[in-house]
Unconditional design. Sequence first.
Length: 185
Amino acid sequence: MSNGQNYIAAGSGVGTGGSLTHYIGEQFGGGVIFHLWKDAQGVEHGLIVDKTDLIISQAWSNIDQTLIGPSAQSSWDGLNNSNTIVVQAGHTNSAAALCLNSTNGGQSDWYLPSIDELNLLWNNRFNVNKSLSTNVGATVLTTLASYWSSTEYGDSFAWNFYFSYGYTFCLSKNNAFYVRAVRAF
């Protein structure tokens, strides 16, 4: 363990034994690491949150009455959800597009997190916010707002995560909430 901060989440998958190179709260890859695991081959992977919110008031999508379906309903695959949202016929803007188009931190592979990815972020927000608070220009994850996920719930609804209480709920896609991008390594 490096500085006592290495972390492997309980139940994070096979191959999680051994020490990690990175740690939760580390400033790395254009943001801050909020989740780590090793795959079956022992290769370390992680999730990184952007250092700032992209926007504090954005609808899930301009297409807010159409069911995308299973390809945008993954609770764990935010990248696939995001890509599916933006290829809808008639799409012009969305929380997912903001993330996919971001080049913050010199990175170009950001996406709108799935609902489970937001839950992981919330579970590690103490270490993430501690790190963000020491970085000039970064903003801590607010506990006064909801963040959109890329996980669709139905034709007019999508999941979001309320950081004040740490719970998920679904609301109309035309509601405006915070957007913070994530990326994987």
